[in-house]
Design a protein around this ligand. Structure first.
Ligand SMILES: C[S@@+](CC[C@H](N)C(=O)[O-])C[C@H]1O[C@@H](n2cnc3c(N)ncnc32)[C@H](O)[C@@H]1O
Length: 246
């Protein structure tokens, strides 16, 4: 059996590199990083326009997000496979990597909730190529009909894309989940200006017995992912994030 992660990366590169060259994706990655990470355009808006940028997200940011979630779950000592598999909900799932990383760590099926149907198609590939049972729901997070707790809920690099009203709506649902015994993992970039609500949410999570952490990981990414980052002038060896976990 090939390693699910290696298989997923192979298939990703096969699919996207069929239509684009390394240089094209690296150029798009540079532009995406400038718009998305540095200017904080919302990903669901203009930042992801064009196949090059979609490829750049799929081939660079998605694997990074997967590795970050995997490492965070290990470091937090989240229940591993066989202990307590539970259904997993991935909010703003994009290509589904956060839910998928949790499913590989703990078992369980993934439901990805996502506004953008095109990215949701990527999530289907992610689940298939990682050998995970998962599916997508195309829906705005403020309108999502949440499952009955307990489940695992992950929101990776998503909450910062919501306006205050939707964010508060999601928080009310998260609180219901926490009261019902669900586990909640929220992940955002280290830069605090991106998430001015963070401190407030950290206090709310603490009130539910949870914790807030900052992480810096020293993990080798697959070589092709690393090289794309290098070609785009980024620092692919630096992996970090902040999390809320309850
Ligand atoms: C930065 S991406 C992160 C994707 C994925 N979680 C990851 O870690 O790679 C944020 C995702 O949230 C989705 N999103 C933003 N606002 C949303 C909303 N109101 N309802 C559903 N999805 C939303 C975007 O379409 C985008 O795919």
């Amino acid at each position: 059996m090939p390693d699910p992660f290696d298989n997923w990366i192979d298939k990703l590169f096969e699919r996207w590199m069929g239509e684009l060259t390394h240089q094209e994706v690296a150029r798009a990655l540079k532009a995406l990083t400038r718009d998305y990470v540095q200017r904080r355009t919302r990903l669901r808006g203009k930042a992801l326009e064009g196949r090059g940028k979609q490829a750049a997200f799929a081939l660079y940011y998605a694997p990074r997000h997967f590795v970050i979630v995997r490492e965070v779950l290990k470091a937090l000592g989240a229940a591993a496979i066989g202990e307590t598999p539970m259904p997993l909900v991935d909010l703003g799932c994009g290509s589904g990597v956060a839910g998928a990383a949790w499913a590989l760590h703990s078992g369980g099926n993934v439901v990805g909730v996502e506004l953008d149907p095109e990215i949701l198609r990527e999530a289907a590939f992610t689940f298939k190529d990682l050998g995970i049972r998962g599916g997508g729901v195309r829906c705005h997070l403020a309108k999502y009909r949440w499952p009955k707790p307990p489940v695992g809920v992950v929101a990776a690099f998503t909450i910062n894309e919501l306006d205050e009203k939707d964010r508060e709506q999601v928080w009310r649902e998260l609180e219901k989940q926490l009261r019902g015994g669900s586990r909640v993992l929220i992940i955002e970039p280290l830069a605090t200006r991106i998430a001015p609500w963070w401190q407030d949410w950290a206090e709310r999570i603490a009130a539910h017995g949870g914790r807030a952490d900052e992480w810096h990981f020293d993990v080798d990414l697959p070589e092709r992912v690393h090289l794309l980052g290098k070609s785009a002038g980024l620092k692919p060896e630096k992996l970090g994030a902040r999390t809320l976990w309850a």
